[in-house]
Design a binder for this molecule. Structure first.
Ligand code: PHE
Length: 345
């Protein structure tokens, strides 16, 4: 019996020694020290021993057990340690590696310009208005003094959706909508940025979809000089204090009188160059005094109220301001183009 116990101890310790994993070690523990293990089995034979032998054998059995558990415990510590070390080695993060740079986006140049123009007008007491891009023929044309069949409708080639709806050709319908919506039929001071659509073939200066910013001021005693003063402030703030403006007579069915505004050419300083086509002036926007018919159709008393309106194209303004030679750059979104307008580095 004694020998058998020694043998078991020997065997178990060898097993522990060879064990390479915690699971294997646990299997050894269960098989040698468990209730069904060989040591328990040997001890069952103690009944056959004499009274003197029994305590000696009992003590030996305990010794063997203790030796095996001590060996297991020690090996377990070693294996656990090795496991941690392996994990650390495998999962090390090199905190000294340089990080990946985060590329920062920037506003589209048109968005920035529109915001700049909005800020300017908000500073002069205007509010921002908006209207639908899919517009009724009534607001796009009729309410603007352009009845069906009016020849001036041809000034703006349209995308019709049904007989009565189209993609708006300008932001002027927002004038009609804002006046109509105003229940007191009192003063108005709005600007309206938005997309407009025309059946044009796209080229360096034309796009089937572009943007406009409409302005409308309605009050008692609004005069042409108010329009001129407003546009002068606008031109100087957006293009530079050294710019002059010039109003030329023009025609729009919804304004009377109507004008087109030019700014002095900065490139040649007025001497004439290819940008201003030799004139020294560059056309920037259309404007005029709101036609009495437009006021009356929206329910305003045109004897009491007058107003002015203007409509400008931010693309054209951006092209002149930043020296962009093709309107399509604003829509094709080449990152190399857009990055030039980043305000940060
Ligand atoms: N709606 C006109 C256009 O698109 C511009 C304009 C607006 C003219 C307001 C006069 C007054 O050409």
């Amino acid at each position: 019996m004694q020998e058998r116990l020694k043998e078991l101890q020997q065997e178990a310790l060898e097993g522990v020694n060879k064990a390479t994993g915690l699971k294997q070690l646990n299997d050894i523990r269960v098989s040698y020290l468990g209730k069904k293990g060989p040591i328990t089995e040997v001890l069952k034979g103690m009944g056959k021993l004499s009274a003197e032998e029994r305590p000696v054998m009992g003590a030996l059995a305990n010794e063997v057990r203790d030796a095996i558990s001590a060996a297991i415990e020690e090996k377990q510590k070693l294996l656990e340690q090795a496991e941690i070390e392996e994990k650390l080695a495998k999962e090390t993060i090199d905190v000294t590696l340089p990080g990946r740079p985060i590329t920062q986006g920037n506003h589209h140049p048109l968005t920035s310009l529109i915001e700049e123009i909005e800020d300017l007008f908000i500073g002069m007491g205007y509010t921002i208005a908006e209207g639908p891009e899919v517009e009724q023929d009534y607001y796009n044309f009729e309410a603007l003094n352009l009845p069906k069949g009016h020849p001036a409708r041809d000034m703006q080639d349209s995308f019709y959706i049904t007989e009565e709806t189209l993609l708006r050709t300008h932001t002027s319908p927002v004038q009609a909508r804002t006046m109509e919506r105003n229940e007191e039929k009192g003063p108005i001071k709005i600007i309206c940025p938005g997309k407009v659509y025309r059946r044009d073939n796209d080229d360096a200066t034309h796009s089937h979809q572009f943007m406009q910013i409409e302005g409308l001021v309605i009050d008692e005693n609004i005069r042409m000089s108010d329009l001129k003063g407003t546009l002068d402030v606008f031109a100087k703030k957006i293009f530079g204090e050294d710019r002059e403006i010039r109003l030329r007579p023009s025609f729009f069915p919804f304004t009377e009188p109507s004008v087109e505004m030019d700014i002095s050419c900065k490139i040649c300083g007025g001497a004439g160059c290819s940008v201003c086509k030799g004139t020294g002036w560059i056309e920037i926007l259309g404007a005029g005094m709101v036609h009495p018919n437009v006021l009356e159709m929206a329910g305003y008393d045109s004897k009491k109220y007058t107003g002015f309106a203007f409509g400008m194209g931010p693309e054209r303004i951006a092209m002149l301001k930043y020296g962009v030679d093709d309107i399509r750059h604003f829509y094709t979104n080449d990152i190399r183009f857009l990055k030039q307008f980043a305000k940060h580095e």
